[in-house]
Design a protein around this ligand. Sequence first.
Ligand SMILES: Nc1ncnc2c1ncn2[C@@H]1O[C@H](COP(=O)(O)OP(=O)(O)OP(=O)(O)O)[C@@H](O)[C@H]1O
Ligand SMILES: [Mg+2]
Length: 267
Amino acid sequence: MNIGSPLLRETVSKKAPGLNLHDLVIAVLGSKGGVGSTTLAINLAAALGERITNDAITFVDANLQQPDAALVLACEPQHSVVELFKRADSLEDQIIEACRCRLSCTETLKLVTPPLDGSAASQNNLSELVKIIPSVGSMSNGIVIDLPKNLDRYLVSMLDLASVIVLVLEPNLASIAATKRWLAAFDDLGYARERILLAANRLGGKFKFVEEKLFNSFPGYEIASVPNAYSVSESCAIAGAPIVVKYPKDSYAKAMRLVAARVVDRL
Ligand SMILES: Nc1ncnc2c1ncn2[C@@H]1O[C@H](COP(=O)(O)OP(=O)(O)OP(=O)(O)O)[C@@H](O)[C@H]1O
Ligand SMILES: [Mg+2]
């Protein structure tokens, strides 16, 4: 398909004025690998999606080498973010819209993904993503970005764009230590603490003292609680739908709505 095709022009929907999420860019970052940041980012976006009345939140997968979101959302993208990189200097609305992939599980989220073969990692970098985010934002009702976990100048320029940074951790000593390192880096970068929300994932395990340690380790930061949700998260990954959509009454979904409320409160 030609993504500049006039046929697509009819499907382009411009952002409606007056929606409260329209300038929102939320960056979700895992303190370490495997802490549940992609799952949380997807479900946070879905929970925010429940609050909007039209158009859709754009979920941007910034993991150029290991893009997971399309798999977790059962999306087979026809176009990738690389199409946007190539046209960054004169991005037209219909091209952006063609690269915002629709999802069968929900209409309130659209996905912008790197190519699933990981090829963007060797040919592109996050500075190209930084350039196109404002244009994608102008077509969206808020953006949620799932960030990679390596601190470099590209990641910093993505973080600079964010209205709110959600830093995901879990109750284990390595993740708590990693979170301290990220927060020290954010202090060095001059980020206000109000922009940062910690999300403690996989709570409710048997090692209560580690959870206690987690909550005592970050004075001055707000920490949102997210429960362990092993069976629903696996079931949703197989079904290709966010937990918030497939199991709206599950405790994980309820926690995600509270995280969404805390994010919106910061705007
Ligand atoms: N609250 C939770 N309870 C139980 N399992 C969870 C929870 N959150 C995420 N998971 C599961 O943990 C695994 C890793 O999650 P996910 O891919 O979101 O982590 P990640 O931090 O994005 O990993 P990566 O570092 O590879 O990007 C997945 O199988 C997911 O279903
Ligand atoms: Mg991930």
